[in-house]
Ligand binder design. Structure first.
Ligand code: PEP
Length: 265
C-alpha cells in the first residue's frame, strides 16, 4: 500500500452479536490491543467496527476512550421525518460514527438496493460528513466469463455523478467479489490487486489523480488471519472489509497484528 493512505481494517458484524457479546468483545479488544486504548498517538492502522444499527450507541460508549472507530452498516435514503423504521445519516453521525457501508452486495441482492438508492444513501452520508465505504464486486458467472473489470467499472460509472463530488480522501472503496463473501473462497491476491488497481485507475481517469491516490481501497471476501497479509502486501490494497472473521476480538486483533508486521517489513 502507499505510504500516503491510512490503512483500514473494517469489521462488518452484519446481523450478529447481542448486547452482552459486544461488552465481552470490547473488553477482549482492550486486552488484545492495548495500544488502541492508550492515551497516546494513533496506531498506524485504523480499526473500524460496524455493529448492527441498534448497538451503535452501546459500542460508542464502550469504545469512547479508544482509537477504535465506529461505523454504520446502513443509513436511510431519506433525511429525518415520517419514515417509520428508518435511521437517518444524521442520527448515525449523532451517535459518533465516522463511516457508513453503502452498496454492500447483501443489501443489493437481498434487500433490493438499487443504484438509485445507493446514490441517495451516499448523498445522505456525505451531507453528514460520514465517510462512505462504497462496495462493488462481481458475481461468479461474471468472473468466470472474464467480465469482472467491466462489471465493476459499470458499478462505479453508475455512481460517477455523486462520487466525483466527494473530497479526496473522504471515500473508501471496497472491492468485494460476491462469490467470495462468506464462502471461504477468497480471491487470489493477484486478482484482488488487479481489481484494486483497476478501481484506482478508473478514479484517476474519471474523478482526479488526487482522489485516486487518496482513496483507500479495501479487499473483502473471506478474509481471515491466515490470508490477510497476502492482500495487505499488495500496492493498491489498503486494508480489508471483514465479515465472519471479525466476529471474535481475538481474530480481529490477530489480523491487525499481521498487517502491522507487514507494514514494518
Ligand atoms: C463482508 O460482509 O463484507 C464480507 C467480506 O464477509 P466475509 O468476510 O464473511 O466474507
Amino acid at each position: 500500500m502507499a505510504a500516503s493512505r491510512r490503512p483500514l481494517l473494517a469489521a462488518n458484524w452484519k446481523q450478529n452479536l447481542l448486547w452482552q457479546d459486544i461488552e465481552n468483545y470490547c473488553e477482549e479488544l482492550r486486552a488484545e490491543l492495548p495500544e488502541y486504548f492508550a492515551d497516546s498517538a494513533e496506531p498506524p492502522i485504523d480499526l473500524l467496527v460496524c455493529p448492527p444499527l441498534c448497538y451503535l450507541g452501546l459500542l460508542g460508549a464502550l469504545l469512547e476512550d479508544s482509537h477504535v472507530l465506529s461505523g454504520s452498516q446502513l443509513v436511510s435514503t431519506m433525511g429525518g421525518g415520517a419514515y417509520t423504521g428508518e435511521v437517518s445519516a444524521q442520527m448515525v453521525a449523532d451517535l459518533g460514527c465516522d463511516y457508513v457501508i453503502v452498496g454492500h452486495s447483501e443489501r443489493r441482492g437481498l434487500f433490493g438496493d438499487s443504484e438509485e438508492s445507493i446514490t441517495q444513501r451516499l448523498s445522505q452520508a456525505i451531507e453528514q460528513d460520514l465517510v462512505p465505504i462504497l462496495c462493488i464486486g462481481e458475481d461468479l458467472e461474471t468472473r468466470r466469463s472474464g467480465r469482472a473489470g467491466e462489471y465493476c467499472r459499470q458499478q462505479l460509472e453508475a455512481q460517477r455523478g455523486i462520487i466525483s463530488g466527494i473530497e479526496p480522501g473522504e471515500l473508501v472503496l471496497a472491492y468485494e467479489p460476491i462469490w467470495a463473501i462468506g464462502t471461504g473462497e477468497n480471491a487470489s491476491r493477484e486478482d484482488a490487486q488487479e481489481m484494486a488497481a483497476l478501481v484506482r485507475s478508473w478514479f484517476r481517469e474519471h474523478v482526479s489523480a488526487e482522489a485516486a491516490e487518496a482513496m483507500p481501497v479495501l479487499y473483502g471476501g473471506s478474509v481471515k488471519p491466515a490470508n490477510i497479509a497476502d492482500y495487505f502486501s499488495q500496492p493498491d490494497i489498503d486494508g480489508a472489509l471483514i465479515g465472519g472473521a471479525s466476529l471474535e476480538a481475538a481474530s480481529m486483533a490477530q489480523m491487525l497484528r499481521a498487517c502491522m508486521a507487514g507494514k514494518e517489513s
